[in-house]
Write a protein that binds this ligand. Structure first.
Ligand SMILES: [Ca+2]
Ligand SMILES: [Ca+2]
Ligand SMILES: [Ca+2]
Length: 108
């Protein structure tokens, strides 16, 4: 995973220009949970999340210019063997937003 680095626009000095950030993880045969810290998510549809190109959900809104937490379940049957790709896509590349602290956990 991308780990604790910051991605996005105007989030701790980030300047992503196209509103799109990607990350990858290795597939497993278990259900997984993706957790991350998000920044300045102003609406329920500001940032869409895709798993291997398929819709997974949206980042959870935060206070204006604030941080929050988003989490998603990634069922075993939606994972590919080997590399899996997550895309975070802002509805408007000019928006301020960000993600950090991406973590993939096994659901026990
Ligand atoms: Ca980008
Ligand atoms: Ca925003
Ligand atoms: Ca804002």
């Amino acid at each position: 995973m991308a780990g604790s680095s910051h991605s996005g626009s105007n989030f701790n000095g980030t300047n992503d220009a196209d509103g799109r950030v990607t990350a990858s993880f290795l597939g497993t045969n278990q259900d997984l949970r993706l957790r991350l810290t998000d920044f300045d998510i102003d609406t329920t549809t500001e940032v869409r999340v895709l798993l291997n190109g398929a819709h997974l959900g949206y980042l959870t809104p935060t206070a204006n210019n604030g941080t929050g937490t988003s989490q998603f379940v990634i069922p075993a049957e939606q994972q590919l063997e080997g590399s899996n790709f997550l895309s975070f896509v802002n509805i408007n590349a000019a928006n301020f937003w960000g993600i950090t602290n991406l973590r993939i956990e096994t659901i026990v």
